[in-house]
Structure formats: structure tokens, C-alpha cells
Design a protein. Structure first.
Length: 176
């Protein structure tokens, strides 16, 4: 199975990127392609720009990556209870090219944050809206208290209960 994985964050120090890298190690029978959304930077979406210049090529490249995959694993960073501006902008441009951004792919949605909520607000938004964009959410998991549950030096989730929950969340992909 070809899995496209990414953090919905453009921060070089993103803990969601750490979670994605670790999660990819739990999919040993899959070909996991981890992308960085920073490679898809575009101007802030507005209809005037679209009318004047069309949809940026980066939106097409992002959609092509999704099209080439069998499944998606996304870890959402939360900014003020919502998507990061970088991800929202990429998603907005991509949806102008193809409203069905997720293209019917099965998705495992994750989130994490340093706090006890584990970015549950943005994860809830993502899960609840995915079907509008042809996404099939198979499972979702919020990892709270990132720095208590993850060893950044080793790149591993250290809380056995969280590891088990993550493995359970990934099981629909491994069974496919």
C-alpha cells in the first residue's frame, strides 16, 4: 500500500512532523511517502489572484501526490483551535482545483500538542469536514501532552497506552 503522510504544519520544529515520522515506522508493509507542506507554498488564497493568475502549480502537485497514494495519514497542528494558516491555504487552493481534495482515499487523522487537549479541536474539525472533500476517515487519534509522551531524541512515542492506541488507529490501513 502506498501511503502519503504529512503534518499539517510548516514549522521546521513541528511536533506533528515528529509524530508522522514515528507513525510511518508503524507501517512496515507500506510504502510511506512523507511530504512537507512547506514544499507547496503559495500566496494567500483570494479569488482576485485566482482570476488573474489561475491556480498555482503547487496545488496541482499536492493533489497529484494524493492521487498517487492509496491512503493518507495526516497529523494536524492546532493554531488557536483551528488549522495552521499554511495548511488551510494549501487546502483552499487545492480545493479550487478539485473540490474532492482527498479523492476518496482512506485517511487516518492524528493530532498532537504540548497541552492536555492534544489539538482535539482541530482534529474534530478535520474529521467532521473530511467527507465534504471526499475523505474517508478510518480512524482518528489525539496525542496529548506531547513532551510527556514522546522522546524527541529517540523519535518514539514512549507511553505504551498511546502506542497501542496509535497501532489500533492504523489497523484499518494494515488490514486493507
Amino acid at each position: 500500500m502506498k501511503v502519503l503522510a504529512f503534518a499539517a504544519s510548516n514549522s521546521r520544529k513541528s511536533i506533528n512532523k515528529d509524530l508522522i515520522r514515528y507513525t510511518s515506522t508503524l507501517l512496515p508493509d507500506s510504502d510511506v511517502d512523507i511530504i512537507d507542506i512547506s514544499d507547496y507554498e503559495m500566496p494567500i488564497y483570494n479569488s482576485d489572484l485566482e482570476d488573474a493568475h489561475g491556480i498555482p502549480e503547487a496545488a496541482s502537485r499536492f493533489l497529484d501526490k494524493i492521487a498517487e497514494s492509496d491512503a493518507l495519514v495526516i497529523s494536524y497542528a492546532e493554531h488557536n483551535g483551528n488549522y495552521t494558516a499554511a495548511y488551510k491555504n494549501l487546502f483552499d487552493w487545492a480545493s479550487r482545483k478539485n473540490r474532492e481534495v482527498y479523492q476518496g482515499k482512506p485517511i487516518i487523522m492524528l493530532s498532537t500538542s504540548p497541552g492536555a487537549s492534544g489539538a482535539r479541536s482541530v482534529l474534530s474539525l478535520a474529521v467532521e469536514s473530511a467527507h465534504f472533500f471526499a475523505g474517508k476517515v478510518m480512524a482518528s487519534l489525539s496525542v496529548p501532552d506531547f513532551f510527556k509522551n514522546f522522546d524527541r531524541d529517540e523519535g518514539v512515542l514512549t507511553n505504551p497506552e498511546m502506542v497501542a492506541q496509535l497501532e489500533d488507529a492504523l489497523s484499518p490501513l494494515q488490514q486493507a
